[in-house]
Design a protein around this ligand. Structure first.
Ligand SMILES: *[C@@H]1O[C@H](CO)[C@@H](O)[C@H](O)[C@H]1NC(C)=O
Ligand SMILES: *[C@@H]1O[C@H](CO)[C@@H](O)[C@H](O)[C@H]1NC(C)=O
Ligand SMILES: *[C@@H]1O[C@H](CO)[C@@H](O)[C@H](O)[C@H]1NC(C)=O
Ligand SMILES: *[C@@H]1O[C@H](CO)[C@@H](O)[C@H](O)[C@H]1NC(C)=O
Length: 359
């Protein structure tokens, strides 16, 4: 009785696992870390990196060399610092910085094919997130499908809003109904979408930070601008319409979990004004949104977030090469004082294995 049943289940599970047949074998040491906000780019886009945001202690020339590399210094740093697996994605703003739709779409295909080709001989250590032109939600959905089903990518990473229009000032946010076709595809493929920051278009950047240009970039501008987009997804009801969508937000959630009490309370007052959101922002951090620790290795904040959103929503990541992998690993080494072994394993890899579908 039992045997045919088990065999039937086996066949069933084999069949149901077919769509993700590309889910790979990866180097699973059982204890190493998985990191997933890790930047790379192609020579055609290196000009986007600019000359200011060098890695700590490194020069801009080194930063650019690190961004273009996969198999040399990047892998060496991974080996030296206990990283089992890295998900690679295109450095900001990548496609979101290309205003022309046709150019953006062909560049996305180029980036995705180049990444897949580059990591093809070492998928035990490297996976990819798709780069997507978000000018047209249908085409974005189709390219996501292609990269997941044909290239074995683990999801997508978008660099905040898509700039568009002749002077770049048409900003496309994915919390609008036109993107429902994209979120439907994300749901069907069951892959996460990482929301990564970008520098604002010049017109906004100058108005916002012209008085204190030091605030451009990671210190302030990134979190302010990206958290707006994430809360747009919440308040415009994307997670109510697509309850299975998985979003990942880096840098300890771009500050949102630190402020959820006030956000929930104040948004409640918008309900009578027609806000489509059905629940509250806190609740989506239990169902749809995860965060990573990329570039934000703050133990007291981690503890606070464990209380607010829970450790099962938090994944370790670095933000290489803008942040050194060794800096992240040095922080991880301090955590046994704060987390028990099971909690540490969850942060270093356990949640990522589930969210990325690596199990
Ligand atoms: C993959 O190919 C690159 C480029 O040829 C090479 O540097 C690297 O060592 C190869 N990796 C493996 C695991 O074969
Ligand atoms: C998006 O592209 C499709 C072709 O894939 C086209 O049919 C559709 O009209 C485009 N949508 C918009 C809003 O331009
Ligand atoms: C639009 O953006 C592109 C690429 O980011 C930039 O080269 C160009 O100067 C921008 N145009 C305007 C009008 O700011
Ligand atoms: C948010 O919603 C959850 C359940 O949906 C509820 O338990 C919680 O009390 C709400 N929080 C606030 C501040 O309204």
């Amino acid at each position: 009785m039992l045997r045919p049943l088990l065999f039937g289940l086996y066949i069933l599970c084999f069949l149901c696992s077919l769509p993700s047949a590309l889910s790979r074998k990866w180097r699973d040491t059982g204890t190493g870390t998985i990191i997933l906000e890790e930047a790379w780019t192609i020579p055609e886009l290196i000009v986007q990196v600019g000359d200011t945001n060098a890695a700590l202690g490194g020069t801009n020339v080194e930063l650019k060399a690190d961004l273009l590399d996969i198999h040399d210094q990047r892998l060496t740093f991974m080996n030296e610092n206990d990283v089992d697996f890295m998900v690679v994605s295109c450095a900001s703003p990548c496609i979101q910085g290309i205003s022309d739709p046709a150019e953006a779409e062909s560049m996305a295909v180029l980036v995705n094919n180049r990444l897949a080709g580059t990591i093809a001989n070492n998928t035990e250590r490297f996976g990819g997130f798709a780069s997507l032109s978000m000018h047209n939600a249908t085409n974005a959905a189709l390219e996501l499908k292609r990269t997941v089903q044909e290239l074995g990518f683990l999801g997508a990473l978008v660099n905040d809003y898509q700039q568009s229009g002749p002077d770049n000032t048409t900003l496309l946010y994915y919390d609008q109904p036109e993107y429902d076709v994209f979120w439907q595809m994300v749901t069907d493929l069951d892959v996460p979408v990482y929301f990564h920051p970008r520098s604002n278009i010049a017109q906004i950047g100058n108005l916002l930070d012209g008085h204190a240009p030091w605030l451009k970039g990671p210190a302030q501008e990134f979190a302010v601008t990206l958290s707006n987009h994430i809360l747009g997804l919440c308040t415009n009801g994307v997670f109510d319409r697509f309850p299975k969508v998985k979003i990942i937000v880096g840098h300890l959630g771009e500050r949102i979990p630190s402020d959820l009490g006030r956000i929930d309370e104040q948004l409640l007052r918008q309900l009578p004004l027609g806000m489509p959101m059905k629940l509250n922002a806190s609740s989506y951090w239990q169902t749809n949104i995860w965060e990573t620790t990329s570039g934000n290795f703050a133990t007291p904040l981690l503890e606070f977030h464990m209380d607010t959103i829970g450790l099962d929503r938090i994944m370790y990541s670095v933000d290489y090469p803008f942040v050194a992998i060794a800096e992240g690993e040095a922080w991880v080494q301090t955590l046994p004082g704060t987390l028990n072994p099971q909690q540490l394993n969850s942060l270093k890899r356990g949640v990522a294995i589930k969210v990325l579908g690596l199990d």
